[in-house]
Write a protein that binds this ligand. Structure first.
Ligand SMILES: [Ca+2]
Length: 174
C-alpha cells in the first residue's frame, strides 16, 4: 500500500487490486518495529487469522457491480449531510417532539432539519468550495437518520417532498 495523504489525526493508504476471480477476500497486516497485527472484519488479532472466517469479503463480483465513477467526481469536493441535523428550513414539517436547535443531541431525538434547510444553504456550501452534496437517506422512515426506510419512493414528510429534493439536487453554477 502507498501512503497518499496525512492530516493531524490519520494517514491515508491506498492500493489498487484486480481480483483474479469473481470473489474477493482481504485483510490488512500492519507491522511496526517488531510488532505485527492483522485487521480483518471481525477484529484485530496478534496472530494471522485463519481464512476464510472473518475477513473483509466481496463474495461475488458481477461485471455490472464494478462501478466506474463519472469523470466529474474525480475533482469534486463532497459534503455529507444528515438532513435532520444540518438546518431547519421549514418548521411546519418538524416531527412531534422536535428538540430546540442547538440542544443536546440524543440517539432518537429530532432537530427538524430538512431539505429546505439544505436548499437555503446551497450558496454557503458553494462558498466553502463544495461541489457535490451527499445526503444520508431521505426517504420515509421513523428515525432521525432514515436508514430504516419504509418507502423508498416517498421523501420523508419531515424532510419535505420530491419537489424540494429536486431543488436541493439542482446543478449550481456561479
Ligand atoms: Ca423542519
Amino acid at each position: 500500500m502507498e501512503k497518499i495523504a496525512s492530516d493531524g489525526l490519520f494517514d491515508y493508504w491506498e492500493c489498487e487490486v484486480k481480483p483474479e476471480r469473481k470473489r474477493f477476500s482481504y485483510g490488512f497486516k500492519m507491522e511496526s518495529g517488531g510488532d505485527r497485527v492483522w485487521m480483518i472484519e471481525s477484529g484485530i488479532f496478534g496472530e494471522e487469522p485463519y481464512p476464510p472466517g472473518g475477513y473483509y469479503e466481496m463474495p461475488f463480483i458481477h461485471e455490472i457491480d464494478i462501478f466506474t465513477p463519472p469523470e466529474w467526481t474525480k475533482s469534486a469536493v463532497f459534503y455529507q449531510i444528515m438532513p435532520d441535523r444540518f438546518a431547519n428550513g421549514d418548521p411546519s414539517n418538524d416531527p412531534e417532539g422536535t428538540l430546540p436547535w442547538g440542544g443536546t443531541p440524543t440517539r432518537e431525538g429530532h432537530f427538524g432539519g430538512d431539505l429546505q434547510g439544505i436548499v437555503d444553504r446551497l450558496d454557503y456550501l458553494t462558498e466553502l468550495g463544495v461541489t457535490a452534496v451527499y445526503l444520508t437517506p431521505v426517504f420515509e422512515a421513523p428515525s432521525n437518520h432514515k436508514y430504516d426506510t419504509i418507502d423508498y419512493r416517498k421523501v420523508d414528510p419531515h424532510f419535505g417532498d420530491a419537489k424540494t429534493l429536486k431543488k436541493a439536487g439542482r446543478r449550481r453554477t456561479r
